[in-house]
Ligand binder design. Structure first.
Ligand code: TRP
Ligand code: SF4
Length: 328
């Protein structure tokens, strides 16, 4: 572990993971395991900032999220995998950081303003929701992470984290490194309706979907809208199914479908069937690992327990330094 830079990232447990999560985050995390000292955690307290009213499903979401993670290849002997609410030190640091965080930093946070508009059906005029980035800052700096792999939408939060760390260091002495956002190129993958893949749009393909479900979902995908009949030539360049082919189908077939679509030699029904088959085959190892973990729930619990305790150890060391720097 020595010499390796430390990275940390988290996800809110709001439901099963889909292909958007796989290509946008998880595949990168899995790759980074070889290069970095990795911390990945399930941000259940963060889920409460907007979904505070009904908390029934959270325990199930947490368990399933850890199974999703393990199924795609996150490894507990390479990465520390844990649950935020089981490391209470995050809450203590959150409280202390809240003392030194100016409210205008939070009010001008673009994600904050954006979410208030987007989630107009929820009352987000809460203290906890405003303080979201302070909790996130605590998550990150309590492990003295150097890098934070995140999507572009999370960059403002890493920026606020840097500002909070800087302010802390300035007031109480150098305790925290300033973390950097790590943005990785990710293949563009859209939902079945060509909007961003998201649970709330009901346009997602889930890692846990069966082959049957995948076939059904893919058969409903929007293709080249100009191709009304089978005899009309199509344009793969504007077809979402073809984007999936590029990710899941071998090169020869991709160039064949590319040609046969333009000449109307292949119809969308067949084209989709083949894509669904290839996609399902690619997800098969994930489904198999999932089945293994579902049969062995104790194994998953052990992994979480061990991850929690590894995380707690480091978090509590940092908190000793924090308390001493702040004279508490
Ligand atoms: N805010 C992140 C998201 O919604 C989740 C998160 C919470 C996180 N704490 C974090 C990500 C710390 C990176 C680092 O996706
Ligand atoms: Fe898309 Fe395939 Fe239909 Fe062409 S044949 S429009 S690539 S689904």
């Amino acid at each position: 572990m020595t010499g390796k830079k430390r990275i940390l990232s988290g996800m809110r447990p709001t439901g099963p993971l889909h292909l958007g999560n796989l290509h946008g985050a998880l595949n990168n995390w899995v790759r980074m395991q070889n290069e970095y000292d990795c911390f990945f955690f399930i941000a259940d307290w963060h889920a409460l900032t907007s979904d505070y009213e009904n908390t029934n499903a959270i325990p199930e979401y947490i368990k399933n999220m850890m199974i999703d993670w393990l199924s795609v290849g996150l490894l507990p002997d390479k990465s520390t995998l844990f649950v935020q609410s089981q490391v209470k030190e995050h809450a203590e640091l959150f409280l202390l950081l809240s003392m030194i965080t100016p409210v205008p930093w939070l009010e001008r946070n673009p994600t904050y303003k954006d979410q208030i508009v987007q989630l107009a059906n929820k009352d987000l005029s809460t203290f906890g929701f405003l303080g979201y980035p302070v909790l996130q800052a605590a998550d990150i700096i309590i492990y003295k992470a150097n890098g934070v792999p995140v999507g572009i939408d999370q960059v403002p939060h890493v920026e606020i984290t840097r500002e909070i760390a800087r302010r802390f260091n300035y007031m109480y002495g150098d305790v925290f490194p300033e973390p950097e956002a790590i943005l990785t190129e990710t293949p563009k993958i859209l939902g079945t309706d060509r909007r961003k893949m998201s649970k709330s749009y009901q346009n997602a393909i889930y890692l846990s979907d069966s082959e049957d479900t995948i076939q059904k979902t893919v058969s409903g995908m929007i293709t080249d809208p100009g191709r009304a009949r089978k005899n009309d030539p199509g344009n793969p360049d504007i077809c979402n199914v073809f984007e999936f082919h590029k990710l899941y189908t071998n090169k020869e077939d991709v160039s064949r479908f590319n040609k046969e679509c333009r000449t109307a030699e292949i119809g969308c029904v067949d084209c989709k069937k083949m894509m669904a088959k290839n996609l399902s085959n690619a997800l098969l190892p994930i489904r198999e690992k999932r089945a293994h973990f579902e049969l062995n729930p104790d194994l998953v619990e052990d992994i979480i327990r061990e991850g929690n305790s590894k995380a707690r150890k480091i978090a509590s060391q940092t908190m000793d330094q924090v308390r001493s720097a702040m004279n508490i």
